[in-house]
Design a protein around this ligand. Structure first.
Ligand SMILES: *Cc1c(COP(=O)(O)O)cnc(C)c1O
Length: 407
């Protein structure tokens, strides 16, 4: 048995089986490159579901991490500390929001949004207590808590986890007529992803976000955008909603905000929305800790300094173009914005999983989403060498399958 299989068996013995991980054991990362325990090198086209946008082991982030950890890491918000205000000042100015609430994982910031929306409904819109409704989109992904899976359309995420949280109404993603029809006097918010990530990099029709904002404004329904995956330069804009020049009432961020080093998420909102929170109404032991806040500020600084919005846009266009030019008969569609690209495999021929397994052999790390889509979302500061390697190895992988089909 090789080393890789030994480590996989070891992990399987002690760890819950809730991920269908690809058979590789990683031990080292630098920039867009990862190494496994056998010493083989891979290009990271996954970036931990876009959490590692700045690449692995970024020297400046490590410096800030160590300095801050030596100074002060965690005290809880029972006390004030120095790193939160400068971080939130920068984040609010960048996003156009007034205030922020710190959490750790993406789903906690989504839960925070749900709480804010319901309170806003009861306290500012006089919805009768217990009756608030939040409209969501079909095929959404907002995380894994019981309340958040309550409005998932994915049976795998829900099976035998009920009873579920009520108060959610689903409409098709990209359908503004359905949104209009779904709004009632009890609707407090409409929650969506600017581009649906886990659904398979699904881009809404042009103008849809803008129309949604107008409909929501007309009915005093909070328009909340989950940018956990699409935010922070991933799609070639600082926030994906900027592709349509909309102004949401609240934004959810996570993943890349922690620099790929620690969990850090925030709920950002207009003042009137955030003011529904009062002492003791919500909180988190680790939320807003000095270490995470310091990293968060540095992440925002580095995104600007390394011009990652521009980079994501330019490299994304190049990658999309290169992938389209392959014209593989096994590929049904290539789509994306910035370095957030989905390649849809024709399910008549093979699964996305099979392709990801072969890509692994060929030195490219990616992961399928559902059965048909492979995601390409590398670190935003990926080198040209890394990008070209990914494209050539993908080409090699697809021609392998094309040969196989012929014979
Ligand atoms: C990943 C993700 C989440 C959940 O984030 P976790 O950190 O895994 O809890 C929420 N919303 C979107 C859009 C995501 O992609």
């Amino acid at each position: 048995m090789n080393k890789t299989q030994e480590w996989i068996n070891y992990e399987e013995k002690w760890c819950a089986n809730n991920y269908n991980s690809l058979p590789v054991v990683l031990t080292k990362g630098k920039g867009e490159w990862l190494w496994d325990i056998e010493g083989k090198r891979y290009v990271d086209m996954m970036s931990a579901y876009s959490a590692v946008s700045l690449g692995h082991a970024h020297p400046r982030l490590l410096e800030v991490l160590i300095n801050q950890a030596q100074n002060l890491a965690v005290v809880s918000r029972a006390f004030h500390s120095e790193t939160l205000a400068p971080f939130f000042e920068k984040l609010c100015l960048l996003s156009g929001m007034d205030k922020a609430l710190p959490m750790n994982t993406g789903v906690e910031a989504v839960e925070t949004a749900l709480k804010a929306a319901r309170r806003y409904g009861y306290e500012k819109k006089a919805i009768p207590d217990g009756k608030a409704q939040i409209i969501v989109a079909k095929n959404n992904f907002h995380g894994r808590t019981i309340s958040v899976i309550s409005f998932s359309s994915e049976p795998e995420y829900k099976k035998h986890f009920g009873p579920f949280t009520p108060g959610f109404v689903e409409i098709p993603y990209g359908d503004s007529e359905a949104l209009k029809k779904a709004i009632t006097p009890h609707t407090c918010a409409f929650l969506i992803e600017a581009i649906q990530g886990e659904a398979g990099i699904v881009i809404p029709p042009v103008g849809w976000l803008k129309t949604c904002q107008e409909i929501c404004n007309q009915h005093d329904v909070l328009f909340i955008i989950d940018e956990v995956q699409t935010g922070l330069a991933r799609t070639g804009k600082m926030f994906a909603f900027e592709h349509e020049n909309v102004k949401p009432d609240a934004i959810i961020l996570g993943k890349a905000l922690g620099g790929g080093i620690l969990p850090l998420s925030v709920f950002l909102a207009r003042k009137e929305v955030m003011d529904v929170f009062t002492p003791a109404s919500h909180g988190s032991t680790f939320g807003g800790n000095p270490l995470a806040a310091r990293i968060g500020l540095e992440v925002l600084t580095l995104i600007e300094k390394e011009e990652l919005v521009e980079r994501s846009k330019i490299l994304g266009e190049k990658l999309l173009q290169n992938l389209k030019e392959l014209k593989s008969p096994l590929v049904k569609d290539v789509r994306g914005k910035g370095l957030f690209i989905g390649v849809e495999i024709n399910p008549n021929f093979l699964t996305a999983r099979k392709v990801c397994e072969k890509l692994l052999e060929n030195g490219v790390l990616s992961k399928e989403t559902h059965d048909t889509v492979i995601r390409f979302a590398p670190p935003l500061n990926i080198s040209n060498e890394g990008l070209d390697f990914a494209v050539s190895q993908f080409a090699k992988t697809m021609s392998f399958f094309e040969q196989n089909l012929k014979s």
